[in-house]
Design a protein around this ligand. Sequence first.
Ligand code: SF4
Ligand code: SF4
Ligand code: FES
Length: 268
Amino acid sequence: MRRVRCGLPSGICSGQKGFTTGTGTHHSTAAGRGIAAEMNPTTITIDDRSIDTVDGRNLLQTCLENGIVVPNLCFVADMTDPPVSCRLCFVEVADVPQPVPACKVAVRAGMVVQTATDRVRRLQRSALRLLLSAHRADCRNCPANKQCPLQDMARFLGVRLRPRRLEQVQRDVPDPMEHPLFTFIPSRCVLCGRCVHACRTHGGGLLTYIRRGFDTLIGALPVDDAESLHCGGCLACEAACPVAAIFIKDTEPPEATMEAPGSLDPSR
Ligand code: SF4
Ligand code: SF4
Ligand code: FES
């Protein structure tokens, strides 16, 4: 397997795989060295505030635990392998030339962080506009209305829910898509991956990404053996979805195959 550097500057990588390539090697950090190192108390500075935390702790989680607002969508507390898919959580770290996603950074002693610089806000607005360009903002008819992180972040960053400048793009697939186990709404999904993570950690690990690039969708494995598909009905994916884009069906394990029109079979 070809191994490459993870892409984060030396000294701030959290030591977790997944950033940029998913196959990268990582810098040796407290997080990468294990739990014992994470328990060392340390102090860092965030937005000129002195924050007590522990060496190796996730920087985004540290900010949120201390009431410091950093926009985020794909991160789930205590995640060990953040997907860094929303690109919303940028912060600036002293001595690091470029803003970095806070969810992929491990705290280290003496770290100085700025969460609200002009550069950070520009990146966050661009990231949110990009997410919204593939999202049909039909709030009045959406179950997430008024509890929606997209609405909150749009307000916080001063971004319109229906951006003017970017063309609205929709995936060329049925909408909604019916799977034997669930209904998936591509025009709402922002591909944050929270449902996949929830299914892996709380459910049966069925949910996964299918297809690639702009055609990426959420589907289920195995794709060629519908008989063996079984969802325990924990509803963790539904609960994790921030934009009401996935709903588990109240059915027995399916008899239908994955070949039906509008199915989530990645080979189609
Ligand atoms: S997910 Fe949020 S922004 Fe999108 S339609 Fe629903 S309420 Fe509106
Ligand atoms: S279905 Fe919801 S939780 Fe899953 S990737 Fe799409 S937006 Fe995220
Ligand atoms: S929360 Fe960090 S990239 Fe999504």
